[in-house]
Write a protein that binds this ligand. Structure first.
Ligand code: IYR
Length: 224
């Protein structure tokens, strides 16, 4: 702790009762339990400051060596959203019709996904998350980042929770391959698009597949 390179400050922490913890835990669980992935978005306007808050929340995520290896690109421009949609649909058309093996396709059929991506142009915002695989050292050399997949995955989880908490909805869309996003959004070669998330209100008659989530028993093992 007294290393000369370190700069430590006191942790901000306010203790709450276990009763309050249980109440908070239950409230948050109920909030997140209601989160669903719909592909049907309304075109209703969403102010930029809400997207900024979701990105700021995502930016609180822990990251490997605190490198914060993420760039969130937020797009509300209609022309750009249309270009992204066209490029995504072109790739996805090939994925769905030629590249996807049957073992994969059989799982997607009940989810009703296909290569048509209206959500990219319907939603007022599209947020694309880029993972930085490299960084610049103080001396100007290029060096790797560490655990960038894990770090970005955690940040995306916080982004999704922030969107749910503010009363909006988002969809985790993975147009594949995603290289076109780096080109369209003019990101450097060491940034890799990870996920495209339309954000907005659900359409009035938005539908979701009738899915069941695994129970606690099914997803956990305990050594009490
Ligand atoms: N990338 C495609 C296909 C797709 C893949 C999985 I795994 C999904 O859970 C849903 C879709 C797409 O985004 O449509």
């Amino acid at each position: 702790m007294n290393d000369e390179n370190s700069d430590f400050i006191d942790l901000e922490f306010s203790q709450i009762s276990e009763e309050k913890m249980s109440e908070n835990a239950l409230d948050f669980f109920h909030l997140m339990k209601k989160r669903r992935t719909t592909r049907h978005f309304s075109k209703k306007h969403v102010p930029r400051n809400l997207i900024e808050m979701a990105i700021k929340t995502a930016g609180t995520a822990p990251s490997g060596a605190h490198l914060q290896p993420w760039t969130f690109v937020a797009i509300s421009n209609d022309d750009l959203k249309m270009k992204i949609r066209e490029a995504a649909e072109e790739e996805e058309k090939k994925t769905y019709s030629e590249r996807m093996p049957e073992a994969w396709a059989e799982l997607l059929r009940p989810l009703g996904t296909d290569h048509i991506k209206e959500h990219i142009t319907d939603a007022p915002w599209v947020v694309v998350v880029f993972r930085q695989s490299k960084r610049e050292r103080m001396n100007g050399e290029t060096a790797p980042t560490y655990y960038s997949q894990e770090s970005c995955g955690i940040a995306i989880g916080l982004f999704i929770a922030a969107i749910q908490n503010m009363g909006l909805t988002t969809l985790t869309h993975t147009p594949s391959p995603m290289k076109f996003l780096r080109e369209l959004l003019e990101r450097p070669e060491y940034e890799h698009a990870m996920l495209l998330m339309p954000v907005g209100y659900p359409a009035e008659n938005a539908k979701v597949p009738n899915l069941k989530r695994k129970s606690l028993d099914e997803i956990s093992e305990w050594f009490d």
